[in-house]
Design a protein around this ligand. Structure first.
Ligand code: ADP
Ligand code: MG
Length: 729
């Protein structure tokens, strides 16, 4: 029996995994996290103070104190039955990495002891040679090291491999280049903090810290594990490269409004509980548009923590799924013909005085501050739309962006009708010779339209890649499998850059004798005029928008290899270098890594396509072709007239045609791959893989293979079909 039928017959035999629920979420929340509250219990005053200073103000922790902190963390971890620790980091491979060591060691005289000292807490050398470094490691240094990031608390991971103390770290080379996603993110957060505080101080001198916030929404698919195992394409590349759409898919929209199926519901409760223990503040779960598609979202947090929590969650989701004999698909486009998955990044900035800088204020003055940050965000997205596009570029996300189900590859900003009106008012009424009465009138008028703005919240435009949703911007083009750190690094960097420029522009008007608030109004006006072409309120999925965007001169880069170019332009180098996020060589390295990732992904998909076509699609098709041929031959021999078997003949002809096409195209695709593989320039090779392999062959081969799926005897077909993967549970 083929794996497909074994999977199908096992489906109904599944015993349910019971998930005992906690009495209350608060009872388990953070129970596996070394929170400040726990730190207070386990650390001396001196050690606690030092840890706090490091978290709140980035102060250095000295060696002796580090030893104390390490001891405290170990004592806490041991009280929970932990024997091993690991530095936990986020390399550019897109997953998380760990290297476990035990607390156990032998003293000089052979006495066994458990120890964890400051050195082990602060720094570790994993063997970095097999992590991508885009040539950096060759040029600079053979090894990288992980360094403790005190701003993200240590935690205990207790799934499937015992209990491990995880120390969140950044991953850098000995010469200081970032080798991971977190190091540049922390730099970007610092840059935006500095720039935003200066701008805040125009309005409120008490602000000393600005912290960007992030609330992600994670979409995913669930499939039965046995069915997953019977699909080598899912196993190898996380998406199906073949499969005819089922008769029914998402057109009735019944899944979105339906109740969550029992088996999946148990799974969700299970991974949610694991998440709560790790302090991931999950809040919502619901079905998504496509069958077997779901979403979960937390309460927003500081960007740094939110990023760690999202990567942790993706890890937990995969681990918990196997307990339920399920597989979670985080790929952006696991199934053709139905919606793919994204990860909306809801983003804002909060001050240490408790103000959300993207929430309209209560007084005319705070509203001017809101307007300042709001318009600066639009200006940032306008000026650096290409870099923002590059931040979300990946092989899997290419299937989604612009596929009429997700935001297009054109970066635009949606702000809603009331704020559009506010911006228009500012544009029209701020004039060169504005006096204080004009200024306060305008401020009051802006203030008056705010209550209407709050009502406007419900009127959301789901087709925009970057939308204002009442008190935050929502970056919707991020892919479901992406590490949010990358888009967050870029977004916060362009924000820092824009705010710095804003400060310069305002100050120069003030120096010329303009009153502060009038100067601010003038610069705001100038920014609105300079960036209004990026504003779009209409249907982002429509063909009209593509035309209109082109007229406006907005870029529409549909493929990853070209989108990535924006990371290495002179403009980008200046941006990242002046904000101390990436050096030239780091940018080049990242560009190279992303291109290589792209090439490898397309290469793997192409290989699995060829392999499956030859070993899974053609054999049953050829067998059925034989059956038909024999049938026709038999009928002919028995003296049946041609009209008696003309239908069989027609089917046979169709099958033969598709078989020939598949087989022929696979051969040609292999040839095309060979040509690409000869190429030495990474960018040229990536473009060739996209335009000469993916674009030329993938859809075409799939078309014929999927036709065969419909024609061939069902009991002969090896690969689980869409209706089985998506509807049976
Ligand atoms: P939806 O977009 O699905 O309608 P919500 O608007 O309620 O859902 O929120 C989506 C996400 O936005 C949640 O994770 C929420 O915590 C987050 N969010 C809300 N306010 C902020 C903020 N100030 N900064 C960042 N994220 C936020
Ligand atoms: Mg949303």
């Amino acid at each position: 029996m083929s794996l497909r039928f074994t999977a199908l017959s096992n489906l109904t035999a599944h015993s349910e995994v019971s998930v005992p629920g906690p009495a209350k979420i608060t009872g388990i929340f953070n129970s596996n996290v070394f929170t400040l509250k726990v730190a207070r219990e386990y650390l001396s005053d001196e050690a606690y103070k030092s840890l706090l200073g490091s978290i709140k103000a980035g102060q250095k922790i000295d060696r002796a104190v580090a030893n104390q902190i390490a001891n405290g963390i170990r004592a806490w971890a041991e009280s929970k039955g932990v024997t091993h620790f690991t530095h936990w980091f986020q390399p550019l491979t897109g997953t998380t990495a760990e290297k476990h060591d035990s607390f156990f060691t032998l003293k000089g005289d052979g006495t066994p002891i458990e120890t964890f000292d400051g050195d082990a807490l602060i720094q570790q050398e994993p063997d970095a040679s097999s992590f991508p470094s885009g040539g950096l490691r060759v040029t600079f240094e053979a090894r990288g090291y992980t360094a403790w990031d005190p701003s993200s608390p240590a935690f205990i991971m207790e799934i499937s491999h015992g209990k491990t103390l995880c120390i969140p770290t950044i991953f850098v080379s000995y010469t200081g280049e970032s080798l991971d996603y977190k190091a540049p993110l922390l730099k970007a957060l610092e840059a935006v903090n500095k720039a935003a505080v200066e701008v805040c101080n125009y309005f409120d001198k008490n602000v000393t810290r600005v912290t960007p916030t992030l609330g992600w929404e994670q979409e995913y698919f669930l499939v039965d594990e046995a069915m997953f195992n019977a699909r080598p394409d899912l196993v190898m590349c996380g998406r199906t490269v073949f499969g005819h759409t089922s008769a029914k898919n998402q057109q009735l929209e019944d899944h979105y409004f339906g109740s969550i199926p029992e088996r999946f519901y148990n799974y969700m409760r299970d991974f949610e509980q694991e998440s709560y223990k790790l302090g991931i503040p999950l809040r919502t779960r619901h079905n998504e548009v496509a069958p077997a598609q779901f979403e979960c979202a937390p309460i927003f947090e500081e960007v740094n923590l939110a990023v760690d929590h999202n990567t942790l969650l993706m890890d937990i989701m995969a681990r918990v799924a196997s307990r339920h004999k399920l597989r979670v698909l985080l790929h952006e486009k696991p199934f053709a013909g139905i919606n793919g998955s994204g990860k909306h990044n809801n983003w804002s900035m909060a001050t240490d005085t408790g103000v959300n800088l993207l929430a309209p204020g209560k007084t005319p003055k705070t509203n001017l501050m809101f307007l300042t940050f709001f318009v600066n965000t639009i200006k940032a997205v306008h000026d650096y739309a290409d870099v923002l596009r590059a931040a979300i570029a990946s092989a899997p996300n290419d299937h989604r962006l612009g596929a009429n189900e997700a935001p297009p590859a054109i970066i635009s900003v949606f702000i809603g009708q009331y704020l559009s009106k506010v911006l228009n008012d500012v544009k029209e009424r701020v004039s060169k010779k504005m006096d204080e009465t004009d200024e306060s009138m305008l401020k009051i008028d802006i203030h008056k339209s705010i209550p209407e703005l709050l009502m406007d919240n419900t009127d959301r435009n789901r087709t925009s890649p970057f939308a204002f949703t009442g008190n935050k911007f929502e970056f919707r083009a991020v892919g479901s499998s992406a590490n949010c750190a990358n888009p967050m690094t870029i977004l916060n960097t362009i924000m820092a850059e824009t705010l710095k420029q804003f400060k310069k522009d305002v100050d120069s008007l003030i120096e010329k004798g303009e009153k502060k608030e009038i100067a601010i109004m003038h610069v705001i006006r100038e920014y609105i005029v300079a960036s209004e072409r990026i504003l779009f309120e209409g249907d982002g999925y429509s063909a009209d928008w593509e035309k209109e965007a082109e007229k406006r001169g907005l870029a529409n880069v549909k493929t990853t290899p070209l989108a990535l170019d924006a990371m290495v332009t002179e403009k980008a180098k200046k941006l990242f270098e002046s904000n101390k996020i990436y050096s030239h060589s780091e940018l080049e390295a990242r560009h190279e890594i992303e291109l290589e990732k792209y090439i490898k992904k397309v290469q793997i998909e192409s290989r699995i396509m060829g392999e499956l076509a030859t070993s899974h699609i053609l054999p049953p098709a050829i067998r059925y072709q034989n059956t038909l041929a024999n049938n026709i031959k038999g009928l002919k021999e028995a003296g049946v007239k041609e009209t008696g078997y003309s239908n069989q003949k027609q089917i046979l002809e169709k099958i033969s045609e598709h078989i020939n096409k598949v087989s022929d195209l696979v051969e040609k695709m292999i040839e095309a791959r060979k040509i690409c593989n000869e190429m030495t320039n990474t960018r040229t090779k990536a473009i060739a893989y996209q335009s000469q392999v993916k674009d030329v062959f993938f859809d075409e081969i799939r078309y014929h293979a999927d036709k065969l799926e419909l024609l061939v005897d069902d009991k002969e077909w090896y690969l689980p079909k869409y209706r089985e993967m998506l509807f049976l549970r």
